[in-house]
Design a protein. Structure first.
Length: 339
């Protein structure tokens, strides 16, 4: 029921024409209301290079806009975009296939994206609380901290929380008048020297957390809170020292994949609530924390992780807040109490 359309990837036009009829016939025979929307050919000129961390970031690829424009031109010819949008619930937003799919650089750097098209109904008590408290969340965003689920940021904005982006790499200190801190994932190991040299920011974050500022830290942000980081070349860099432990390169993926997490002491999640997340990192800590129980799907392998207290949650897992909205609501309450 969840799958409504199929796009075949990295195949040739001739092979698609050979098998598309068979696929449609098979779907119909088995009673699936799933549409074959087209295909995307393998194009060497659209290849995006990768490294041990995954794909390189758009800012690191000189011709990224050209690649995106070419890719858009290709799929406009081989994929039924109008039907795709219809399936996605945007039937009124028809695409003119004669339009150019030009990618421009007019985005507002202060925002991750425009989330106004996504609406949900937040808890009224939370909404009323934030109208009264005028809460602000500081979110790390620069070359070193750039991985966020957009839905996570959107949930804070929907609940009336203002977002202030800042750079642990380039700014001197945290923004003023903030009620909470979010250190997301990214690549602190690639910018460890710059992060370590920014002593005023390191002190600003450590002092704010020591002073009780509610905080969330995931993967790269969790690494940043450590005493020191040793990179893949053996260089060691001092970081915030909030966590008296060391992170270092392991040469392999550690605890890779999806997991469901529960709060042992119910400080962010009640006994019956769990939050979903994933881990994707080659670094590990000498002390990952023990306040959360993580369970892998299917295999049901378990392990302890994360540092959790009444006002913080820090760990390697990237959390997906929509899987447990009460997690965000609870953090907002902690921000309000702090204010």
């Amino acid at each position: 029921k969840l799958i409504k359309g199929i796009i075949l990837n990295r195949i040739s036009k001739s092979f698609y024409e050979t098998i598309c009829g068979l696929i449609k016939e098979s779907l119909a025979e088995d009673g699936y209301d799933v549409k074959l929307l087209g295909y995307f050919e393998k194009k060497d000129e659209l290849t995006v290079s990768s490294r041990h961390l995954g794909l390189k970031l758009p800012s690191e690829i000189d011709d990224i806009k050209d690649k995106l424009n070419k890719g858009a031109d290709y799929i406009s010819k081989t994929i039924d975009i109008d039907e795709l949008i219809k399936i996605a619930g945007g039937e009124d937003n028809k695409v003119n296939k004669t339009d150019k799919y030009n990618v421009t650089d007019n985005s507002d750097k202060s925002e991750l994206s425009d989330f106004s098209v996504f609406k949900s109904t937040p808890d009224n008590n939370i909404e009323d609380l934030n109208k009264k408290c005028d809460l602000t969340l500081a979110v790390a965003r620069d070359e070193a901290f750039c991985f966020y689920y957009e839905a996570n940021i959107r949930m804070f904005k929907e609940r009336g929380v203002k977002i202030k982006y800042f750079s642990p790499l380039h700014d001197e200190r945290l923004p003023e008048d903030i009620d909470g801190l979010l250190l997301g994932g990214g690549y602190p190991e690639l910018y460890a020297k710059g992060l370590s040299n920014n002593k005023t920011m390191l002190a600003s974050i450590k002092n704010a957390i020591s002073d009780g500022l509610p905080s969330l830290a995931e993967c790269g942000g969790f690494m940043y809170l450590h005493r020191e980081l040793e990179d893949d070349k053996g260089n060691t860099y001092a970081l915030t020292g909030v966590i008296d432990a060391k992170v270092s390169y392991t040469g392999k993926l550690v605890r890779f994949g999806y997991a469901e997490l529960s709060d042992k002491e119910s400080r962010f999640l009640s006994d019956e609530n769990k939050i979903k997340g994933h881990e994707f990192h080659y670094y590990d800590s000498t002390d990952n924390g023990t306040d959360v129980k993580a369970v892998k799907p299917i295999t049901e392998r378990t392990w302890d992780c994360c540092y959790v207290s009444d006002n913080h949650w820090w760990g390697f897992p990237h959390l997906y807040y929509p899987s447990c909205t009460s997690f965000v609501d609870e953090f907002i309450k902690k921000m309000a109490e702090r204010k």
